[in-house]
Write a protein that binds this ligand. Structure first.
Ligand code: MN
Length: 225
């Protein structure tokens, strides 16, 4: 099954520093990642490892810890495992052009099933997250076509706190979106609009510093542990 064909078709790997399609598994076989992505619209990409790829959803408002809040999650193309720790800048004009932050990562465990792919095909997966920010029990349920809902279950990690506001920095480098843009040669002003108000000062400082454009290939790419 070439589930990475769409991923490959949408990208030019001589231009973007995103990893080329390569199917393989992580050590645990069950990693998850949430990438904050300032493209034409700010969104959060939620990804779960299954069968050697990252099953992926774009969540416009990001995850919510409040079980009463159902967050729209649009299914998008599978991504390669190496994408999990991609943090950097996709050149403007390319597919998904903008700044990408590893907002959270860790491992997950499916609940009530061992066959994640089958559960996803059936349109509902319950799982427990062990991330740096997101923990506890969640569900992804399909409503129609590519539309899913990402919902927190009631447990001790449920909260009305807005986690995207309270924990806005990169889980791997501690940077704001604007700082990632600055250091990887992206559009700092545009990336700054993805930072929460509390970080505006820090972002404005980043924006004032002279951003030296760098080649995309220099963008950070950490290997999976
Ligand atoms: Mn995205």
């Amino acid at each position: 099954m070439s589930s990475l064909r769409e991923y490959k078709r949408k990208r030019r790997f001589d231009v973007t520093s995103e990893p080329p399609p390569e199917k393989k598994a992580s050590k645990s076989g069950q990693i998850f990642v949430v990438q904050k992505h300032r493209a034409s619209q700010l969104h959060y990409d939620f990804r779960l490892e299954a069968q050697g790829v990252l099953k992926s959803w774009a969540v416009p408002k990001g995850p919510a810890l409040d079980p009463k809040v159902k967050r729209l999650a649009m299914a998008v193309e599978d991504h390669p495992l190496d994408y999990a720790l991609f943090e950097g800048v996709i050149p403007e004009g390319e597919y998904g052009g903008g700044t990408v932050m590893v907002w959270d990562f860790g491992t997950y465990k499916p609940e009530e099933t061992r066959d994640v792919s089958a559960a996803l095909r059936a349109g509902e997966l319950k799982f427990t997250l062990q991330g740096k920010k997101l923990k506890g029990s969640w569900t992804l349920v399909r409503t129609r076509d590519r539309s899913w809902l990402l919902i927190k279950h009631r447990d001790r990690y449920a909260s009305e706190k807005d986690i995207t506001e309270s924990a806005p920095l990169s889980a791997v480098t501690g940077r704001t979106l604007a700082e990632i843009a600055e250091e990887e040669g992206g559009n700092v002003e545009r990336a700054a609009t993805g930072d929460p108000p509390a970080l505006l000062l820090r972002s404005k400082r980043a924006a004032r510093r002279t951003a030296r454009p760098r080649r995309g290939k220099e963008a950070q790419r950490t290997r999976l542990a």
